[in-house]
Design a protein around this ligand. Sequence first.
Ligand code: ADP
Ligand code: F6P
Length: 322
Amino acid sequence: MSKEIKTIAVLTSGGDAPGMNAAIRAVVRKAIKNGVSVKGIKRGYAGLLNEEFIDMGPSSVSDIIQRGGTILGTARCLEFKQPEVQKEGADICRKHGIDGIVVIGGDGSYRGAQALSRNGINTVGLPGTIDLDIACTDYTIGFDTAINTAMDAIDKIRDTSTSHERCSIVEVMGRNAGYIALWCGIANGAEDILLPENYDYDEQRIINNIIAGRKRGKQHHLIINAEGIGHSTSMAKRIEAATGIETRATILGYMQRGGSPTCKDRVYASIMGAKAADILCEGKTNRIVAYRNGQFVDYDIEEALSMQKDLDPYTVEVSNII
Ligand code: ADP
Ligand code: F6P
């Protein structure tokens, strides 16, 4: 029989993502509507270990749905990988009367949630990352904002690249995944899209492409390079030396992780946050909320972490053709 849930907590962990605030707001308001109190935990698992809790009433989350970042702060807390530290985290929850925690983050954060669940604290994860690299879900909180931010920035780079008849390499985030690069590559009409999942390191092919484009009268050549491949600056130097065409590298960096969330990120994060609160309030544990085939669903963490996903082959094919 599941235990009675009186108080839950919410934390954000790993890299922040636009829409995390919308998710926090929904967790707080839905849990309170369900008759359950909510505490916020500052700075992810580090804040849990330091007992950094705040009481969260409905008005504590006013005026945040439109704000990027996370009002709770986030952290990477490597010591939370240790079993004795995880047990300490669960004991701290019990000391503060916390029956369950919503963990907003990526795969690493879910392993922390899994450990808390094993130690008797109910947990549910929400997919919060701009990278879209969580296998069980077609959507992650922040990806939509990040690709729109990057797309706008790349449009601007393309303008000046065309005026100067240059080649531009733009490096986008995504850790080892190429989702941001693939989406921006298509949306920005890039001539080359370099994805960690299938990059063959054949720089000569890119060089030939640039020279052929210039012969056809192209005034720019835009290459989107994924962070997982990296080395954009040295690549630009080699391409300039081989083609004789001025080549510049721009690493978009952290701007992709900030800013006001898009409508989609606000709405999806709100629905997912509310669902996470409902799951915990029902006394369930060790779950992850996901968006799959057009539906909001939830999975067991174990099952979710064992799933694999890859770039959609047809999307990659389209990106190469157009
Ligand atoms: P993400 O959650 O975005 O994948 P990280 O991999 O950096 O980001 O993980 C975020 C945090 O989750 C880590 O700093 C740590 O506190 C916790 N974490 C990561 N891996 C584990 C693990 N194997 N066991 C317990 N906690 C973990
Ligand atoms: O996971 C989000 C992300 O921005 C990745 O795209 C990137 O590789 C990483 O976080 C950077 O992390 P940090 O904030 O530790 O530099």
